[in-house]
Write a protein that binds this ligand. Structure first.
Ligand code: NAD
Length: 286
């Protein structure tokens, strides 16, 4: 049987999540997607209208099939956590069962088990503010959407993950080096995500034989990255200074994720794997 993957954090065909889905599909996996509730309608209608058909083409010429799209808001674990104003919001009221716990239950009901869990989402309402000007609210919101969201997803999906399964998240070097402009507590959130990768690798490995890794990806012009405001500069900086002087493609990150999710990586867990043209290894720009 082919593997089944749940990928949280796809709302268009520009981000890392989409590229990971394609690489996993090319390797024979069945694809389930979790899409942020406010982005769901436009994503599903674009899919239906064939807007993504060109970018659904796999190396063998076939089109990636998406078996099911689930609405998801990864900052809420269960219905009790959802405040009234969100419940009443018409974009949210139009969908149901989108808290993490409910999505895991729906996937269990629909498919029984999964093999691969991908977390490709982040959000920091104050990302454009320096850390020194970040509010407590902004900082905690960044951690909630970008770090705890992974803990919660793994916690709720691990019971339906087959032993030998793997989970992957996406991180950024701002967790360990100063990247001015990556603010709002997002650098802190990525540090937490990387630390949690190690602790969760231990816990999920011992208890469930599940591997947990994170990919530290180089800059990509995704929707989320454009919102930060410095993405073109980061891409130029990397092309100028990295050991490999080429623009990073989302597909290169997708392929690394497919490797990490596969039995080829059966002894790799708790790792931060750099997929960044080697930029992380440089000490100075030259
Ligand atoms: P993206 O915009 O394609 O993906 C981010 C997704 O997160 C979006 O689909 C958005 O709808 C979703 N999202 C936001 N809040 C959510 C919530 N509460 N619940 C569910 N979904 C939510 O952008 P991307 O850059 O591909 O981001 C994917 C991952 O890659 C993120 O973790 C990001 O930090 C990481 N990353 C990106 C870069 C880069 O340069 N683009 C570099 C390193 C790491």
């Amino acid at each position: 049987r082919g593997k089944r993957a749940f990928i949280a954090g796809i709302a268009d065909d520009n981000g890392y999540g989409w590229a990971i889905a394609k690489s996993l599909a090319a390797a024979g996996a069945e694809i389930l997607i979790g899409t942020w509730v406010p982005a769901l309608n436009i994503f599903e209608s674009s899919l239906r209208r064939g807007k993504f058909d060109e970018s659904r083409v796999l190396p063998d010429g076939s089109l990636m099939e998406i078996t099911k799209v689930y609405p998801l808001d990864a900052v809420f674990d269960s219905p009790e956590d959802v405040p009234e104003d969100v419940k009443a919001n018409k974009r949210y009221a139009g969908s149901s069962k989108w808290t993490v716990k409910e999505v895991a239950e729906s996937v269990k009901e629909d498919f029984g088990t999964i093999d691969i869990l991908v977390h490709s989402l982040a959000n920091g309402p104050e990302v454009t503010k320096p850390l020194l000007e970040t509010s407590r609210y902004g900082y905690l919101a960044a951690i909630s959407a970008s770090s705890y969201s992974f803990v919660s997803l793994l916690k709720h999906f691990v019971p339906i993950m087959n032993p030998g399964g793997a989970s992957i998240s996406l991180t950024y070097i701002a967790s360990e080096r100063i990247i001015p402009g990556y603010g709002g507590g997002m650098s802190s959130a990525k540090s937490a995500l990387e630390s949690d990768t190690r602790v969760l690798a231990f816990e999920a490995g011992r208890k469930h034989k599940i591997r947990v890794n994170t990919i530290s990806a180089g800059p990509l012009r995704s929707r989320a990255a454009k919102a930060i405001g410095f993405i073109d500069m980061m891409i130029d900086y990397s092309t100028e200074n990295a050991p490999l002087q080429k623009e990073l493609s989302a597909e290169e990150v997708g392929n690394a994720a497919a490797f990490l999710a596969s039995p080829l990586a059966s002894a790799i867990t708790g790792a931060v794997v750099y997929v960044d043209n080697g930029l992380n290894a440089m000490g100075v720009g030259v």
